[in-house]
Design a protein around this ligand. Structure first.
Ligand SMILES: NC(=O)c1ccc[n+]([C@@H]2O[C@H](COP(=O)([O-])OP(=O)(O)OC[C@H]3O[C@@H](n4cnc5c(N)ncnc54)[C@H](OP(=O)(O)O)[C@@H]3O)[C@@H](O)[C@H]2O)c1
Length: 242
């Protein structure tokens, strides 16, 4: 299937790579995020099939006005890739982090994703056609020290996705989870509030990391399946250094 896809968090990392992969595969892509400069650069690189749109998934009003802010010919969304997410203030023992940071992780990674689904999925159900791909994580399967709220958000994404898939079975709306392992993106730099050196050392010290394009390829493949096939969960891990 190809058609019109909306991606959240398309201004960097996995979201930007997914926008590129989907445009290459013949999709029109609504690329959303808060950093409109990055979205404009993506539009310059990918051309007319890329429609940039400001969207803050943690802002109720931004999501509530999402559909009406889309160009008239870009409202019938066939695929929704819920990718926006962060871990700001993470890699921190629970009692040493702030409730503000912990709350922001949930507001973006879980509440934001639910909000965007609630705005887009009813149109898919009415048209009996659509595919939701939620970006989970290996951390949605196993927590780690310093990751209490990030893991909580991704465990929740997994449960939400599985239940949504069952809600819509037989309606023409498919629901999938793509769950990456460690992937080299802007994620760590954002977590450490712009500390690029610490982020680079973190990725350099890891035993292998995926590239955003690896995840993008997986999302494109999930979306390319024929209508009668639903990829429920796809977990990607780095193979590790030999
Ligand atoms: N990197 C990894 O190792 C890894 C592993 C497993 C899962 N993931 C998941 O993959 C997804 C993408 O992360 P990434 O690794 O590509 O990191 P990234 O490069 O930091 O990208 C995160 C994206 O999320 C967007 N975002 C954050 N808060 C937002 C908000 N309130 N509203 C809208 N967009 C928001 C950012 O856009 P703006 O700042 O422009 O809004 C950015 O485009 C996340 O859900 C993450 O949890 C990452």
């Amino acid at each position: 299937m190809t058609g019109l896809a909306l991606i959240t968090g398309a201004s960097s990392g996995i979201g930007a790579a997914t926008a590129e992969a989907l445009v290459e595969a013949g999709w029109r892509v609504i690329a959303t995020g808060r950093r409109v400069d990055s979205l404009a650069a993506l539009r310059d690189a990918l051309g007319e099939p890329l429609i940039p749109l400001r969207l803050d998934v943690a802002d109720e009003r931004s999501v509530a006005t999402l559909v009406e802010r889309l160009p008239g010919d870009a409202r019938l969304i066939d695929a929704l890739v819920n990718n926006a997410g962060h871990d700001v203030g993470g890699r921190m023992r629970f009692d040493q982090g702030t409730l503000e940071d912990w709350g922001s992780i949930i507001a973006t990674n879980l509440t934001g994703l639910v909000r965007v689904c609630h705005a887009i999925v009813p149109g898919m159900v009415a048209r009996k056609r659509g595919h939701v791909v939620n970006i989970g994580s290996v951390v949605g399967r196993q927590g780690y020290a310093g990751g209490a709220l990030y893991a909580a958000s991704k465990f929740a994404v997994r449960g939400f996705t599985e239940s949504l898939r069952k809600d819509f079975k037989g309606t023409g709306v498919r629901v999938s989870e793509v769950a990456p392992g460690l992937t080299r993106t802007e994620f760590a730099e954002t977590r450490w509030r712009g500390d690029a050196q610490r982020a680079a050392a973190f990725y350099d010290g890891a035993k292998g990391a995926l590239d955003a394009r690896d995840i993008a390829r997986a999302v494109a493949w999930v979306l390319a399946q024929p209508d009668h096939v639903t990829i429920s969960e796809l977990v990607l891990e780095p193979s590790g250094d030999p």
